[in-house]
Design a protein around this ligand. Structure first.
Ligand code: BES
Ligand code: MN
Ligand code: ZN
Length: 492
């Protein structure tokens, strides 16, 4: 499929489907739209009346136009209220249109949507992202593809000529989001620490990044006792992945992205019981998946910023070799941890990954992890929690996420709650009281970062979506690749 930016007006365009965006409570056809409707013998007005189309966000209506028309179908798409329009509303509208055009078996499609804030570049990028992401269908695990019918061949973004770079950028970012989705979707017998390392290798090879994979012995030498404690019950070797993107000249900034990479989380000896969602725990590498997705995008975009992509990848399993509840582990910064619950394993793997990232001398570290069920209780399925002691970094990430349409909410790093994870015999325990469970998790991570500005994202909810919504299909979302890319590029 090719997405093109052209200046043809809807009135003059020829093809299978023309999509028109309409604001809520402003669905009167005036100006160019009135002329277009006249040309289409009143089809648009009829469609609005018959379907009682109100322009609500996410709504759409489609109809066939008379047979001699240069346009076969008209798709109306709702944009919501004009006041306070967000870029993401356009991304979603483009997605709704793309799905509708595909269902209608269109090969050529044009979108006539408003430009956000006079910013043609951001608009073109968001529209193209919405189209790519909505059309992505994963058939890898079906014996026969369910992706039947003709494919969309061209999509024209009307009134956006000159925005070819933005469209290319959208394709690069979408490729990263789709990689993250596919990694999260694949079950734990297909995505293992070994295949995660292979995926990192493929990214390094395709986009010219440097790759370092630390095997178990090297992790031992570095004293990564927390990560290896989690890994010790698995029959699969742990892999510590460190991908580096370096720009050609002197980098303007150096940053690290650290993702939780549990390819399966059984809970360990504190095994997850009935109703715990154990069968969904293939998604526990969602942080690592988004880290690799961001690497794929950044590797193509090639900014003047050095970026380290890090994940300590393993499974949390049970066996005679498993770490026991009550065991004490020593992390690579020398801190000791009493493991009072083997199901709080993500923070153990992240502890050593954060120490590693901190030693790189970067300007900022962001970690992302499907860390706690408690964060889902606090913020629901669609919103990630964000913690940072650094207001400037928190503001950068909040703005990057707003632009990306990936919701997150800053949560308190309430130091007093650290009392809940104090241990009588070690430096800390890995879990505290039930209340504020996502906060104590964040405070635990903080023990492994010295002075580098750091932010933690608990993405347990939004990496997965039970139902299709806008550009997200049901299942893995690829959250928060777009936010990470925006943040690295300084789009905030
Ligand atoms: N991977 C889970 C968190 C999770 C839960 C992710 C639901 C996605 C959906 C994590 O390792 C975990 O098991 N956390 C425990 C922590 C508890 C033992 C303190 C939890 O949230 O129950
Ligand atoms: Mn767990
Ligand atoms: Zn986990």
């Amino acid at each position: 499929m090719e997405i093109r930016a052209i200046d043809t007006r809807g009135l003059d365009w020829t093809g299978d489907a023309l999509a028109i965006g309409l604001f809520e409570d402003a669905v009167e056809l005036t100006g160019d739209l009135a002329s277009l409707d006249e040309k289409l013998a009143g089809t648009m007005q009829e469609l609005i009346s018959e379907t009682e189309f109100k322009g609500k966000p996410g709504s759409s209506a489609v109809t066939r136009v008379g047979s001699n028309s240069p346009i076969r179908k008209i798709i109306l798409v709702g944009l919501g209220k004009q006041d306070g329009l967000k870029l993401d509303a356009l991304r979603r509208a483009a997605a709704v249109v793309a799905r509708s055009a595909k269902k209608e078996r269109c090969k050529t499609l044009a979108l006539s949507l408003p430009i956000f804030n006079d910013d043609a570049s951001s608009t073109a990028q968001a529209l193209a992202e919405g189209i790519h992401l909505a059309l992505h269908q994963d058939n890898r695990f079906k014996s026969e593809s369910e992706d039947k019918g003709p494919a969309l061949e061209t999509v024209d973004l009307l009134g956006l000529s000159g925005q070819d770079e933005a469209i290319t950028r959208a394709g690069q970012i979408a490729a990263g989001v789709i990689l993250a989705r596919e990694l999260v979707t694949a079950p734990a017998n297909a995505v293992t620490p070994i295949t995660m390392a292979e995926t990192a290798q493929a990214i390094a090879h395709e986009h010219g990044l440097a790759l370092e994979i630390l095997e178990r012995e090297e992790c031992e030498k570095l004293g990564m006792g927390a990560f290896l404690g989690v890994a010790q019950a698995s029959d699969l070797p742990p892999k510590f992945i460190h991908l580096t993107y370096k720009p050609e000249g002197t980098p303007r900034r150096k940053v690290a992205i650290v993702g939780k990479g549990l390819t399966f989380d059984s809970g360990g000896l504190n095994i997850k019981g009935a109703g715990s969602g154990i069968e969904t725990m293939k998604m526990d590498m969602g942080g690592a998946a988004a880290t690799l997705g961001a690497a794929k995008a950044i590797g193509q975009i090639k900014p003047d910023i050095e970026v380290h992509f890090i994940s300590a990848v393993t499974e949390n399993m049970i066996s005679g070799r498993a770490m026991r509840p009550g065991d004490i582990l020593t992390a690579s910064n020398g801190k000791t941890i009493e493991v009072n619950n083997t199901d709080a394993e993500g923070r153990l793997t992240l502890a050593d990954a954060l120490v590693f990232a901190d030693k790189l001398g970067v300007d900022a570290i962001v970690d992302l992890a499907t860390l706690t069920g408690a964060c889902i209780i606090a913020l629901g399925d669609d919103i990630a929690g964000m913690w940072s002691p650094d207001d400037a970094l928190a503001a950068q990430i909040a703005q990057a996420s707003e632009l990306a349409g990936e919701k997150m909410w800053r949560m308190p790093l309430e130091e007093k709650y650290f009392e809940g994870i104090k241990s009588p015999i070690a430096d800390m325990k890995n879990t505290g009281p039930r209340g504020g469970g996502s906060i104590t998790a964040a405070l635990f991570l903080k023990q492994f970062v010295k002075d580098t500005p750091w932010a933690h994202l608990d993405v347990a909810g939004p990496v997965w979506s039970d139902k299709e919504n806008g550009y997200n299909n049901s299942g893995a979302t690829g959250y928060p690749v777009r936010t990470l890319v925006n943040w690295v590029l300084g789009n905030n």
